[in-house]
Design a protein around this ligand. Structure first.
Ligand SMILES: *[C@@H]1O[C@H](CO)[C@@H](O)[C@H](O)[C@H]1NC(C)=O
Ligand SMILES: *[C@@H]1O[C@H](CO)[C@@H](O)[C@H](O)[C@H]1NC(C)=O
Ligand SMILES: *[C@@H]1O[C@H](CO)[C@@H](O)[C@H](O)[C@H]1NC(C)=O
Ligand SMILES: *[C@@H]1O[C@H](CO)[C@@H](O)[C@H](O)[C@H]1NC(C)=O
Ligand SMILES: *[C@@H]1O[C@H](CO)[C@@H](O)[C@H](O)[C@H]1NC(C)=O
Ligand SMILES: *[C@@H]1O[C@H](CO)[C@@H](O)[C@H](O)[C@H]1NC(C)=O
Ligand SMILES: *[C@@H]1O[C@H](CO)[C@@H](O)[C@H](O)[C@H]1NC(C)=O
Length: 439
């Protein structure tokens, strides 16, 4: 299969007993609705009825509105998370906010009280939560993922693998809900036998990601009780591919002092683009087959990406999209492949999700065990961008005309990119390329 781009990414979360001498204080004051204890589909319907709230699935109009609100807020979470990562270094970045928020939603179902509140707030969903109960957000996730992964023209796969210590007990209600909303099955492993556990987990990840991430877990802790792995995988084809005959090695300016040689794709084609006068950047939109596109943001001056990163919001992206004009341009765009692995704990803590990682985490919807906390969240992402192979080459060559000299957009300096699914404006991936020759 010829592909313009594929991305894939995993997150891992481990639970471990915290061997604390001091008994942690569990906040007792919350009056959280006990949704997990009374959780099954009919009860939940009754709940919605009882509260006189339309269930998100029932009315098309309401559903769309809610989902749009939801993805808008989730995108802003993505921008916040991206900023946290971008601030820590000057290198390439690639993350999937959708994957992180899907995984955190599982913890949202597991957590109570302040632990729960912090996750909701960190995911930027607190405005939505007031309106409905705890199951509303997982339900929205389910609906969103179900919708956007059902696309015949691109491949988008998302799922969560879960591995549990063989004698560790989870609440039945949690098992039911995680199955209902995230289609999770819990595979039993023995973390005491680390070699075997690692092999088993890696084999399963390898199977689900079709070999894209073979040895995900290099280190594994024998105190683990539960490991969750979220994977997301995207393969899309450009609607208007590049012709690989025109790909040439050219100079990419990392900054004033450093440059590298990269394979630069080229086409002369109609492109939707805009120039942001305030942030001094060009934004172009390259559509994928199916309902998705890549936005590329190129600062006027190399190194100016930081101020753009500071301003990234859903509203800004909307305004770019609203101002786009179709123009014929000569565009040069580097081929690149990035692979990044991030430990997310500190970043999520930076977004206010703190208690989940401490011994005062309240995960009592998940288990009756005490002293359970999340030890780490790791995300591994891969993106590869190319012309989409030679077959497509013939399709573009015709566009070149002799008499007009089109403006030139040359992506030969650090840029940001985002991949959106269009039905619900879902931010699937966001990243930046500082040096295309580095992974
Ligand atoms: C689940 O729903 C069924 C009806 O579908 C009901 O009879 C049963 O009591 C419910 N279970 C719980 C635990 O509430
Ligand atoms: C439910 O809401 C509708 C409209 O918001 C209102 O007319 C109706 O009286 C409410 N029903 C109950 C039982 O509160
Ligand atoms: C949901 O989106 C609509 C239209 O985009 C907006 O008017 C409304 O205020 C949003 N609601 C919330 C709760 O953000
Ligand atoms: C996704 O949602 C859109 C908008 O509500 C709808 O038109 C489309 O049929 C849905 N697709 C799937 C596969 O559910
Ligand atoms: C979980 O699901 C099973 C099978 O659907 C059901 O028998 C059981 O009552 C459910 N338990 C809870 C606590 O919801
Ligand atoms: C770990 O599992 C392997 C494979 O099942 C087994 O051969 C080995 O004896 C086990 N080690 C321990 C310490 O239980
Ligand atoms: C430009 O955007 C318009 C409106 O969204 C769309 O119909 C058109 O196909 C786009 N053209 C290209 C070349 O991407």
């Amino acid at each position: 299969m010829k592909t313009g781009i594929y991305i894939l990414l995993l997150s891992e979360i481990c639970f471990e007993f915290i061997q604390a001498d001091i008994k942690p204080e569990f906040p007792k004051e919350e009056k959280e609705s006990n949704f997990l204890e009374r959780s099954n589909i009919s009860i939940s319907k009754e709940w919605y009825h009882h509260k006189n709230i339309s269930k998100p699935f029932e009315h098309q109009g309401f559903e769309d509105l809610t989902l749009h609100n939801f993805t808008e807020k989730t995108a802003n979470f993505g921008f916040n998370l991206y900023r946290k990562i971008a601030m820590t270094h000057d290198n390439n970045v690639i993350i999937s906010p959708l994957s992180v928020s899907a995984l955190m939603s599982v913890y949202m179902m597991a957590a109570k009280g302040e632990t729960h509140r912090q996750i909701v707030k960190g995911l930027n969903l607190h405005d939505m939560k007031d309106r409905v109960d705890h199951q509303h957000l997982p339900a929205l996730f389910k609906q969103l993922i179900g919708n956007i992964t059902t696309n015949e023209e691109f491949l988008l796969v998302q799922g969560i693998l879960s591995f549990i210590q063989k004698d560790f007990k989870l609440k039945e209600s949690f098992l039911n809900l995680s199955k209902q909303y995230f289609d999770m099955d819990f595979l039993k492993v023995d973390f005491e036998n680390l070699t075997q556990a690692k092999l088993f987990i890696n084999q399963n990840i390898n199977k689900m990601t079709k070999g894209k991430i073979p040895g995900f877990f290099e280190e594994l802790d024998r105190h683990n009780k539960l490991v969750l792995v979220d994977y997301i995988f995207f393969k899309g084809k450009w609607v208007y591919p590049f012709n690989s005959k025109f790909t040439e090695i050219e100079t990419f300016h990392i900054n004033k002092y450093r440059s590298v040689q990269v394979p630069m794709m080229f086409k002369s084609d109609k492109i939707n683009s805009t120039f942001d006068e305030n942030l001094r950047c060009t934004v172009i939109k390259i559509p994928y087959k199916g309902n998705a596109h890549m936005l590329i943001v190129i600062p006027e001056k190399e190194g100016d990406y930081i101020s753009i990163e500071d301003h990234l919001t859903t509203e800004l992206v909307e305004s770019w999209l609203g101002n786009m004009k179709t123009r014929k341009v000569d565009i040069s765009f580097p081929k690149f492949k990035l692979e990044q692995k991030y430990k997310m704990k500190k970043l999520l803590q930076g977004l206010g999700i703190k208690r989940l990682f401490t011994c005062s985490a309240d995960l009592s919807h998940l288990t009756d065990h005490e002293y359970v906390a999340v030890s780490q969240v790791v995300q591994n992402a891969v993106i590869e961008v190319d012309e989409e192979g030679t077959e497509a080459a013939a399709a573009t060559a015709s566009e070149i005309t002799a008499f007009t000299v089109p403006p030139v957009i040359k992506v030969d300096r650090p840029f940001l990119f985002m991949i959106f699914e269009e039905t619900f404006k879902t931010l699937l991936f966001i990243g930046r390329v500082i040096d295309p020759t580095e992974m």
